[in-house]
Structures are given as structure tokens and as C-alpha cells.
Ligand binder design. Structure first.
Ligand code: NAP
Length: 351
């Protein structure tokens, strides 16, 4: 028996940046966790999970499962009361084939996992890790609403060629709601995290979140950085939201997870205040007109500059506080703890 849960809880893509925090929190709360990974034999991908289980009151069981292989999740889901479906590629750059690299695993994977939930009578609750990008296509799209975005907003404009990651998350979440409404055995609750930052449990940097932080502090933008706004949230708060969404009987609907709506330059100044010259932070703020000139050399289109640079928007994260009891950590703590982790794990050597 799992504390708080009446049976085991499955977490898909358990080795990932976000999911491993979800697994850790479940284990700390005494749950039995059925953690799916593509290859449980890959020590580098599961060592942090087995470490999280050491001394925790809960129990960890690893299962092999692939989003694109039908029936793959049957064993892991058997006997589970709740399924937290997090596995989905988070790629912003290095996308060769958006359909194959992003949309297929997101959409077909969600269909595969949720159909397996319907075939597993013990499953009563499904939590889907969506994203705020399922709510808007980009800053100018969000700003056009003239108000903070909330759980009623949907991304209507991303496509395979325009923001394919946002498109993959949107079609996957829409499919999840369609499948949820077609049956009555399990109840769907969705969490929509903003840009997730905060200490990783692994020294790996697969998630775009970690890659982005490293780029920000290792001199990649030493010649300068333009201003863009985003919705930030701490990975530890994202984990708590998932667990509460799985546990609370009255949880329902979508939950944007956002602690701060802030520009990248506000984040850079927080890092400068805490770490000073230890980090190779972006040197100067590139004005929008100069971003147009620099765009071709920095892998950006002019359309991206128009739609993103200096465009202010915000997302309301208060529903998760009201409905899931979430207290957000301040962005300064999130960034501070994340930098300390990448230094500790040797991913960044301070100057
Ligand atoms: P991540 O560390 O790269 O995790 C992605 C996970 O998906 C990995 O565990 C990966 O497994 C798994 N996966 C990918 N393709 C798979 C397949 N074919 N079969 C089985 N598993 C597969 O990225 P993350 O940042 O933690 O993202 C996790 C989730 O959070 C995603 O749904 C993402 O959209 C969502 N999210 C992330 C952010 C953010 O800022 N990080 C914000 C909002 C939402 P392997 O380890 O085997 O590759």
C-alpha cells in the first residue's frame, strides 16, 4: 500500500529531468512507483532514480517501455491506481524531422499510454504533463489576448513548420482530453508547466531546460542577448503539482504552473547578483533593431524576432495554488540552486 495512494503509481519517462523529480517526491511520500524508462539497463539513465529510492519510505520498480511501441506499457501499468504521463521529447533545436522527432512520440505516445490505462481496470487517475506552450504559439500570440493567459487558452496556430514543439504538446493534450471524455474509468488532470528550471537530479543535460541554462552561463551569448519574456517555474514545484494532481480527489482541468513572468534580463541580473563574475553571463542587451541584423548569424528568422523580442506577456499560475495547494519558490532560488547543481556536477567550471 502506498501512503496517500491506494496502490502503485506509474510514471512514464521516469529518467527525464522533470519526471525524476516526480519519482523522487512520490518515493519520499511513501508511494510504490512503477517507473518506465526506455532502457532500464542504461546505468547512466537510471542511477539517479535508484539513488532517490535509497532511504526513502517508498519503493521503486523499473520497467522498460517505449512510447511508439503498442502494448509496451501494459506491464508497468498493471495494478496502478494512477498514471503520470510525462514522457515526451522536449526539443527546441536540433529537430531534423518534426513529425518523427516530436509529434509522433507526443501524440501516438499519449494515445498508446492512455489506451493502456483504459485496458487496466485499477487505473482511476491520469495526470498528463502538458505545457504552457499548449496555451499559446509564442509571445506575440499571447500578448494579443491583452490579459494574462489562463487554463481556458489554447494554442491555435503552431504547426509542423511553425513551433513544432508547441504543436506536439498541443495535439497531445487535445488527444488526451478526447480520450478522457470517451470513457468513465479514469479521470484526467493536466499540468501545464512554464519554462522549467531548478536543480537536476542527474548530471546529464538532455532536457532543453538544462542546455539553456548552460548556454546562459558559459559564454555562449558573450556578445550579447536580446530581451524575451517567459513564464518560469521550479522543477521541484512542478513535481509537487504532479503528485497533488494525482492525489487530490477534487483535482480537475488544466493547471498552468508559473511562479514568475519575467524577461531573460531579469533572470540574468538575478544570477549576476548571486554569482557575479563566476559566471560568463551575456555581456549586453541587444536592442530589437540589432536583433534583426544579428538574426541570420544566430539561427533566428526575422519573424521570430518580430514575434518574440521585447514582447511582454504573462500567464496566470494561481489555479495551481488554489486547486493543488502549490506554493511557488521564487525565481531567484530556482536559478541559484540550478547553477549550484551544474557546478557541483561538473557541467560548468566557474571562472
Ligand atoms: P527530458 O529530460 O528530455 O525528458 C523527456 C523524457 O521523455 C525522457 O525520459 C525520455 O526518455 C522520454 N522519451 C522521449 N521519447 C521517448 C520514447 N519514444 N519512448 C519513451 N520515452 C521517451 O525533458 P523534460 O524537460 O524532463 O520534459 C519532460 C516532460 O515535461 C515533457 O513532456 C515536456 O514536454 C514537459 N515540459 C517540460 C518543460 C521544461 O521546461 N523542461 C516545460 C513544460 C513541459 P529517455 O531518457 O529514454 O530519452
Amino acid at each position: 500500500m502506498s501512503a496517500g495512494f491506494e496502490g502503485p503509481v506509474a510514471v512514464t519517462g521516469a529518467s527525464g529531468y522533470v519526471a525524476s523529480h516526480v519519482v523522487r517526491e512520490l518515493l519520499q511520500r511513501g508511494a510504490t512507483v512503477h517507473a518506465t524508462v526506455r532502457n532500464p539497463g542504461d546505468a547512466a539513465k537510471v542511477a539517479h532514480l535508484t539513488k532517490a529510492a535509497e532511504g526513502a519510505p517508498g519503493t521503486l520498480k523499473l520497467f522498460a517501455a517505449d512510447l511508439l511501441s503498442e502494448g509496451s506499457f501494459a506491464e508497468a501499468l498493471a495494478g496502478c491506481v494512477a498514471v503520470i504521463h510525462t514522457a515526451s521529447p522536449f526539443l527546441i533545436t536540433s529537430i531534423k524531422d518534426p513529425q518523427k522527432d516530436l509529434v509522433d512520440p507526443a501524440l501516438l505516445g499519449t494515445r498508446n499510454v492512455l489506451n493502456q490505462c483504459s485496458k487496466t481496470p485499477s487505473v482511476r487517475r491520469v495526470v498528463l504533463t502538458s505545457s504552457v506552450v499548449a496555451m499559446y504559439d509564442g509571445p506575440s500570440d499571447a500578448a494579443a489576448k491583452g490579459r494574462p493567459l489562463n487554463d481556458t487558452d489554447w494554442n491555435e496556430t503552431s504547426s509542423l513548420t511553425n513551433n513544432p514543439y508547441g504543436y506536439s504538446k498541443t495535439v497531445a493534450e487535445r488527444e488526451a482530453w478526447t480520450l478522457a471524455k470517451a470513457q468513465s474509468q479514469w479521470h484526467l488532470v493536466v499540468v501545464n508547466p512554464g519554462f522549467v528550471m531548478g536543480p537536476s537530479l542527474t548530471p546529464r543535460n538532455d532536457s532543453a531546460s538544462i542546455d539553456f541554462l548552460l548556454g546562459l552561463i558559459n559564454g555562449k551569448f558573450s556578445s550579447g542577448m536580446w530581451e524575451f519574456y517567459t513564464a518560469w517555474v521550479d522543477v521541484r514545484d512542478v513535481a509537487t503539482a504532479h503528485v497533488e494532481a494525482a492525489l487530490r480527489a477534487d483535482a480537475e482541468g488544466r493547471h498552468p504552473l508559473v511562479s514568475d513572468n519575467a524577461g531573460i534580463w531579469a533572470a540574468i541580473e538575478l544570477l549576476r547578483a548571486d554569482f557575479g563574475s563566476k559566471l560568463k553571463l551575456p555581456g549586453r542587451r541587444i536592442p530589437k533593431w540589432a536583433a534583426y541584423l544579428a538574426a541570420p548569424f544566430m539561427g533566428m528568422t526575422w519573424g521570430y524576432v518580430t514575434k518574440t523580442v521585447d514582447v511582454v506577456f504573462s500567464i496566470d499560475g494561481s489555479r495551481a495554488t488554489e486547486r493543488l495547494g502549490l506554493t511557488y519558490r521564487p525565481l531567484r532560488d530556482t536559478l541559484h540552486d540550478h547553477v549550484e547543481q551544474v557546478i557541483r556536477d561538473g557541467l560548468y567550471k566557474p571562472s
